[in-house]
Design a protein around this ligand. Structure first.
Ligand code: SF4
Length: 329
């Protein structure tokens, strides 16, 4: 299937509104043209600085503006990050993502993150960071240090954005994505469903992603995990089928991208997740926690992979090599 960056809202809407089984069948057919259907890319996400974020994202436990009872943590030591990265590699992850609750990194933080990137990269893992907004110079220095991916989600549609975040604009997000691309890094960008948005907004989010000059290589489709103390704590839960539809449409319109199951997976049954893989999802986060929200644990994932006959995509360094190195930490 040819990659297109000129999708229209009407085309995306027509895909969404197909009978569910037709949509999933089409998504799986597109998926098989571009990927091994039984291989899943596995990433591990580590919070390197938790909480006290000045931004006001209404879904987030890390915003300093809400009383979510989250315990804030200062920057964690680089050695500790490297140890976690080795363990992630030994347990089958191919990408290690490091996240900090910042509006943007300050210049004083740059030596810290640059050192971390080059050391994680040297292990043979793909590296990813999510640090908030970046300027061009920061993006270039991260690329030079060995950063493969930068995560910066669009979150929701342009129209609904200001209902969720007021401390930055949708265009600020696009500017950072542009700096990341200009620096030559790969983009990880997706959104969250279940924020109280309409289907129109979900279509709007996918339209923005699929009409970027280059599709994000990685597209997380999160399902809101409502957190007590945040303004979205009591938002009505989105039906799982609608989330699967969003995944299937993302797979069809961005056929070369890894579509990732992220936050919200922990509350899903094995059958829901199997259906999401059927709809073209082929990437997930492993580990007990996603920054601060609970996640399906590694053991549970192994069981699910065994049940479904799925295998994890290999990292450059082998897990066996790393388990020896990990013992030396
Ligand atoms: S989502 Fe990110 S930017 Fe928004 S409040 Fe949470 S940590 Fe801050």
């Amino acid at each position: 299937m040819q990659v297109r960056n000129d999708w229209t809202r009407d085309e995306i809407q027509a895909l969404y509104e197909q009978p569910f089984l037709d949509l999933v069948f089409k998504a799986q057919s597109v998926h098989r043209e571009h990927f091994d259907a039984n291989t899943i890319q596995v990433s591990t996400l580590l919070s390197i600085k938790t909480g006290k974020c000045p931004e006001d994202c209404k879904y987030c436990s890390q915003s300093a503006r809400y009383d979510s009872k989250l315990e804030a943590e200062k920057r964690i030591a680089v050695d500790k990050v490297i140890q976690e990265a080795k363990e992630a590699l030994a347990s089958g992850s191919s990408r290690f993502c490091m996240g900090a609750a910042w509006r943007n990194p300050h210049e004083r933080d740059m030596p810290y993150v640059l050192e971390m990137v080059s050391e994680v990269k040297a292990l043979g893992l793909e590296t990813c960071m999510t640090l908030g907004m970046l300027n061009q110079s920061q993006a270039e220095r991260l690329k030079d240090a060995g950063l493969d991916y930068y995560n910066h989600n669009l979150d929701t549609s342009r129209e609904y954005y200001s209902h969720i975040i007021s401390t930055r604009t949708f265009d600020d997000r696009l500017d950072t994505l542009d700096h990341v691309r200009q620096a030559g890094m790969k983009v990880c960008s997706g959104g969250i469903v279940g924020l109280g948005e309409t289907r129109e907004d979900r279509i709007g989010l996918l339209l923005e992603l699929a009409t970027l000059p280059i599709h994000p290589e990685s597209v997380p489709i999160n399902m809101l995990v409502p957190i007590e103390g945040t303004p979205l704590a009591d938002v009505e839960k989105l039906d799982v089928i609608e989330w699967i539809r969003t995944i299937a449409v993302a797979r069809i319109i961005m056929p070369h991208s890894y579509i990732r199951l992220s936050a919200g997976r922990e509350s899903l049954t094995d059958s829901d997740q199997a259906l999401a893989f059927m709809a073209g999802a082929n990437s997930l986060f492993s580990g007990e926690k996603l920054l601060t929200t609970p996640n399906a644990g590694e053991g549970k994932d192994k069981q699910l992979f065994n049940k479904l006959g799925l295998v994890a995509e290999k990292a450059k360094a082998t897990a066996a090599q790393l388990s020896v190195d990990a013992m030396a930490v």
